[in-house]
Design a protein around this ligand. Sequence first.
Ligand code: HEM
Length: 349
Amino acid sequence: MKLNDAFVFPALAQAFRRSSAGTAMAVAALLMAAPTYADDAPAADSTPLPVALVNALNKLSGGPHAGYRANHAKGVMVTGTFTPAAGARALSKAPQFLRPVPVTVRFSNGTGVPTLPDADPHASPHGMAIRFQLPKGATTDIVGISANGFPVATPEDFLALLQAIAASGPDAAKPTPVEQFLGSHPAALKFVTTPRPAPESFATLAFYGVNAFKFTNAKGASSYIRYQILPAAGEHGLSDEAAAKAAPDYLMDELPARVAKVPVKFKLLAQLAKEGDKVDDPTAVWPETNRVVELGTISLTKAVTDQAAEQKRILFNPVSLPAGIEPSADPVLAMRFPAYAVSFGQRAP
Ligand code: HEM
């Protein structure tokens, strides 16, 4: 039997939308085992796409690094509260938009390198993953990055980009594979050439959900949205001179110290799609003039005590969603949880 990625992975994402970490282990095991079902497929095609993506991320970071994520390996976790804004429930009936709920947030550096200095250009885009604790032990997550948009529109192109980067070492013939990829993918070229100065603090960085979601309110009215998570302290970056002198862990050390003194706040916003905006392509950034609705305020007040153990244990899932929020048909969104589950399998005991 041939495993058909296009069919299997959106279905998997759907099936595991409300998954726990335990289920993730099962998904990871299933995906690792998948080549045995693909006997009639050519060897090059037999690695399931989420596994190939994690392998490619590992290769770029010199990993796998035992106990760490294949991407966004270095991070820091804090806790606090999300308080919904009055207008949020007009868009979605999800429970976090009805009353305040506790949140756990993990900020991170890009790449799978656990020791990457925080001011290294490869640490950007940074990550912000938010877990909302809902009534009756349920949870839902938002997993965003400090970039408005993604370099590619499909997971297949993401794999091609990662593999092109890996094949473009100092000895690669010109034009290198990554130069060729960027030459034929304008969104990827724009993404890698957008300046992203090292932030002053995680508290002064804006984050974006990138993938679209479908919100539905109690009356059954639906709209497509993308999350924006904007710092109340404003966006502030370091100068190149300051970044060159920054301590390797300056971001990871600064946040716990800051939250101990003063709550770190972010506004959670929903940018609404207009008629004709693409909702299934994370490279298609919507116009700034689109309507933006305030969903609420994230207030972070405490660092997590056992950082190493908690970061290892928690698995964020952007398609773990309550009634009132559904995934869009974005194929990048559908591939995220299967890939995260494979990466989780790599760090789980
Ligand atoms: C096909 C596309 C993607 C792939 C293959 C991918 C892959 C990964 C992997 C393997 C991890 C580690 C997960 C874990 O071990 O728990 C990860 C984490 C992460 N990804 Fe992605 N990713 C993709 C798209 C995105 C997008 C579109 C965003 C932003 C909107 C994003 C933001 C993040 C963040 C913030 C984390 C860290 C989460 C945490 O703190 O645990 N990723 N990604």
